[in-house]
Ligand binder design. Structure first.
Ligand SMILES: C[S@@+](CC[C@H](N)C(=O)[O-])C[C@H]1O[C@@H](n2cnc3c(N)ncnc32)[C@H](O)[C@@H]1O
Length: 190
């Protein structure tokens, strides 16, 4: 996750992010250095309580406040339409009720707000996809609930976001079963 190869992708993912921001599956805060000074506040959500202490040094280095919450992305206590942006990187693969989480993302986004995501998922190449399906049970155990073969475009589009066709691409130097990436900023219409 901390690999330097991912830095440009993390940067692209949060490009233009400003105002009130919610990041789900915050982990150790690896996206924080890429946020711009136009961010007013980040609410960071992660279900794993062990992540918060590991994120502390990154939280201390940014010029905006970061409120950390140990919570599940499937059920957020935040008010409707309270965020300008929601960010998720490599998280939708692990959330058990992922459609419910996307519904929550939709709910907390303001009209014109954007959902910025960078995720790995199902390959459009049938050969790679069949290996993803075969290896999925193993990955689920080894990768702490991670799924290899989620169709991230369909999952995001389960809510009526305005989104360009979501492109997939492979991350260089990573096996294709885990390195098929989906990246886009999906907008909630006004
Ligand atoms: C592979 S890590 C990615 C961390 C970070 N987003 C990054 O890009 O480095 C997935 C993160 O999602 C968190 N997570 C898993 N299920 C979750 C859920 N239901 N709600 C919130 N966070 C969750 C895990 O605890 C973990 O920190």
């Amino acid at each position: 996750m901390s690999s330097k190869e991912l830095h440009p992708l993390r940067q692209q993912c949060v490009q233009g992010v400003r105002g009130q921001v919610l990041e789900i599956g915050f982990g150790t805060g690896l996206n924080l250095p890429f946020y711009s000074k136009d961010v007013v506040e980040v609410h960071a959500v992660d279900v794993n309580p062990k992540m918060a202490p590991k994120a502390l040094h990154r939280i201390e280095e940014v010029p905006f406040p970061v409120q950390h919450h140990v919570l599940s992305g499937e059920s957020l206590p935040m008010e409707d339409e309270s965020f300008d942006f929601v960010v998720s990187t490599f998280t939708l693969c692990s959330i058990a009720k992922v459609h419910q989480a996307v519904q929550e993302i939709w709910r907390v986004l303001r009209p014109n707000g954007r959902f910025c995501f960078l995720e790995h998922g199902l390959s459009p190449d049938p050969k790679v996809a069949s290996w993803q399906t075969r290896l999925n049970p193993l990955q689920h155990v080894l990768g702490d609930g991670c799924h290899l073969n989620r169709p991230m475009d369909q999952i995001v589009c389960s809510q009526p976001f305005q989104v360009r066709p979501i492109q997939t691409f492979y991350l260089e130097g990573v096996p294709r079963v885990i390195g098929c990436l989906y990246q886009e900023q999906a907008q909630k219409p006004a």
